[in-house]
Design a protein around this ligand. Structure first.
Ligand code: CA
Length: 712
């Protein structure tokens, strides 16, 4: 990019920001007064008319998470402090992008609740609880999170963990309509934010690991009537689904995949292009993970791990690009997509950019779906590159881990880049990506049996289990890394990186015209970096790990930066490599809002005293412990963590007093005594004796932790 173009962009940003001072944004104070409608023209003119608003998920339909505001910049960032905070009434991970329209901040929290606050003061205007039943928590692979609401007209839309799409009145928070978007007897969930364009609300779902068939549905924003539905994988051919998309997809599958659902859930990213009235959907991994089970004999398995372009009015297929044909590694293409205009080899191109789990950064022509470039932004083991002529990855032999031959892969199911949104600066022309490097040993599950409603991976989780030796665990931990990466999407190269000292996870990203990049960290900090160099300029102690993406908005001439602080999410739940620096489990989750000269203070952080259960007189045979370990990895590890390490989200079973009480343990595991919290009965899958064996294994891990802590 030439210097003159950069100067022009700077000038444009200054003009845009000047305009914000002239536009008076009237904060809504009277709940009975009509709220100005959110419309297509408002979203499309937001850069010029209201750069202080954040109307859609990625601020505008570019979804670049770039704020044109410049009141806060590299020179004055040291004067930024807390303007106000708001304590949430729910625990667990917070992943939502807040929206700001007409002086009101709207956001969702864990358990799919919605809150509306006065964006200047943090005063609560209303909150809404859809009363998601606790057992829905079991269906959420990766915590009971929600990634945000959508606005259209006078309504706010939220998808709920149990599969409903609900429209609320923006002024009062009262429900206007509610539709069930999934078959409640199937293990679907919703954690993604709805998107809205031209009077239609688009919503996907999750559940590929449990055995579902993915799809996205459009509903009329006014009435909740279904307009169209697009399935991402074919159903049973005997049902003769004859759409063009299914005619393309069906021949790419083998066996009886429909019995497993096939996966391909659209659980997070969707992006709308108003120029072509196209909805781009990011499609998830195959279910079960291992292709040999799902589609014996291979095939591309369309539209798994693909970006699919649809006519937003009709849901008709336009084109697709598949990032990982025949996915066998949980390589979703659900990661955030950014639309931009780039000059590539001297030609202006309208592009779509994505950095999905599989480790390659893709630039597509979004009008045709043509692949323009694909370069690995991390070390990649499973492929040596992408053939630009065919658009296909060049796979390494053995990467598909045939039976008896495990494959240690980078990236892994944890990602090179997961849902944590990246940002694109219209000034530096860099993409800022929260990168994770987590190796995983993929091992075929020799005893795989499909269990409806349970996790069905076809991958032996026990084979990838943490070693028993605590020093070996500490050594392994060093292999799990994360960094904030500044990536040039035209040159396809790294410009700078900031390596995190606290494991692989960090939060979503915001870039601003003030030359700043904001990101939260796992070790409970909110940080601002120089967008050009990566130099750390400012940080704030958040008391709890931050995974949600920040936004910036402006009301009454004051620029604010807002972020939800709330450790949790998939990695925190399953990974054993999480530090106590992520905060006490009982620290309140909060909305934190910053401004220049803010001087609000947080109360001191929570500090929960932990004690070990009394297991002195209880001993189990090595056989029982080994059996318990196998059962634990098959049934429990996905929520309670590798080696029973909780990640500071759920109660750590190794400290649980219930561990010392066989009767209480069985009342929970078999009797379902904690169903309301999401811990369902495992009666369908486990016997009383199984539950006892699992207790023996967890008790052994409790001993191991106790001994380790007392030997240092
Ligand atoms: Ca997945």
């Amino acid at each position: 990019m030439s210097k003159s173009i950069r100067r022009f962009s700077y000038a444009l940003a200054v003009i845009l920001t000047a305009a914000t001072h002239l536009v008076a944004v009237a904060a809504q104070t009277d709940a009975s007064a009509p709220v100005p409608a959110v419309t297509a023209s408002r979203v499309m003119k937001a850069d010029q008319d209201e750069p202080g608003s954040w109307l859609v998920h990625g601020r505008t339909w570019n979804d670049d998470r770039f704020s044109p505001l410049t009141q806060i910049d590299a020179r004055n960032i040291s004067k930024v402090g807390l303007a106000w905070s708001y304590d949430l009434d729910v625990p667990r991970g917070q992943e939502a992008t807040p929206l700001m329209a007409d002086g009101v901040l709207y956001f969702s929290t864990s358990w799919s609740r919605v809150v509306a606050l006065d964006a200047r003061s943090g005063r609560q205007l209303w909150k809404y609880d859809p009363k998601v039943p606790g057992e829905a928590g079991y269906r959420a692979c990766c915590d009971v999170v929600n990634r945000g609401v959508a606005l259209w007209g006078q309504k706010v839309f939220v998808g709920t963990l149990d599969g409903r799409l609900i429209a609320l009145d923006r002024a009062s928070g009262r429900p206007v309509w509610s539709v069930q978007t999934v078959d409640p007897s199937q293990p679907y969930s919703i954690t993604g934010a709805p998107r809205v364009a031209n009077g239609k609300v688009f919503i996907g779902n999750g559940g590929a690991e449990y055995g579902v068939r993915g799809y996205v549905t459009a509903y009329d924003a006014e009435t909740g009537q279904q307009v169209w539905r697009f399935y991402t994988v074919p159903g049973n051919p005997a049902n003769h689904e004859n759409s063009r998309a299914m005619k393309i997809a069906t021949p790419t599958w083998h066996g009886e995949w429909w019995k497993y659902g096939g996966g391909g859930t659209v659980w997070d990213s969707m992006t709308y292009d108003p120029e072509t009235n196209t909805l781009f959907v990011g499609v998830g991994n195959g279910g079960p993970w291992r292709q040999e089970i799902r589609s014996p004999g291979g095939g591309d398995n369309l539209f798994l791990s693909s970006i699919v372009a649809l006519n937003a009015d009709t849901g008709e297929y336009r084109w697709h690009y598949q990032t990982t044909p025949g996915d066998s590694w949980d390589f979703t293409a659900t990661q955030q997509m950014i639309l931009a205009d780039l000059t590539i080899e001297g030609r202006p191109r309208k592009v779509l950019m994505q950095a999905p789990k599989n480790g390659f950064f893709y630039v597509l022509d979004r009008t045709t779906g043509q692949l323009l470039s694909a370069r690995n932004f991390v070390d990649v083991h499973w492929a040596t590159g992408v053939d630009l002529r065919t658009g296909r990855p060049i796979e390494v032999p053995g990467a598909r881990y045939p039976a008896g031959k495990p494959f240690v892969n980078l990236p892994s199911a944890f990602a090179a880049h997961n849902w944590y949104p990246m940002a694109y600066s219209r000034i530096t022309h860099l993409v800022y990506i929260p990168v994770m490097e987590v190796p995983f040993k993929y091992t075929a599950d020799a005893d795989f049996q499909y269990r409806p409603g349970a996790w069905n991976l076809g991958v032996d989780m026990l084979a990838g289990a943490l070693p028993d030796d605590m020093n070996e665990r500490r050594r392994l931990r060093q292999l799990f890394k994360g960094w904030l990466l500044a990536w040039d999407p035209v040159a396809q190269r790294e410009v700078w990186r900031v390596t995190h000292s606290d494991g692989p996870v960090s939060g979503g990203v915001l870039a601003t015209a003030g030359g700043l990049v904001f990101q939260g960290t796992a070790d409970s900090r909110f940080v601002a970096y120089d967008a050009a160099t990566g130099q750390k300029l400012w940080q704030y102690a958040t008391q709890i790990g931050v995974i949600a993406p920040p936004i910036s908005y402006q009301v009454d001439g004051v620029q604010y930066v807002a972020v939800l602080a709330g450790w949790g999410g998939g990695y925190a739940i399953i990974s054993p490599f999480v530090e106590s620096a992520s905060g006490d489990r009982h620290t309140p989750r909060r909305m934190l809002v910053f401004k220049l000269d803010g001087n609000a203070k947080l109360p001191p952080p929570a500090k929960t005293e932990v004690t070990f259960p009394d297991l002195r007189d209880q001993r189990w045979s090595a056989d029982v412990v080994a059996r318990g370990k196998a059962l634990y990895y098959h049934n429990c590890a996905v929520c309670h963590g590798d080696a029973a390490v909780s990640g500071y989200v759920l109660p750590d079973l190794r400290y649980s007093p219930v561990l010392a009480n066989e009767t209480a343990w069985k009342q929970i595991v078999i009797g379902g005594a904690l169903t309301a919290n999401g811990m369902v009965s495992f009666k369908r899958w486990l016997t009383d004796a199984d539950a006892s064996s699992i207790r023996a294994y967890v008790a052994g891990e409790s001993h191991r932790l106790y001994d380790d802590l007392h030997s240092q």
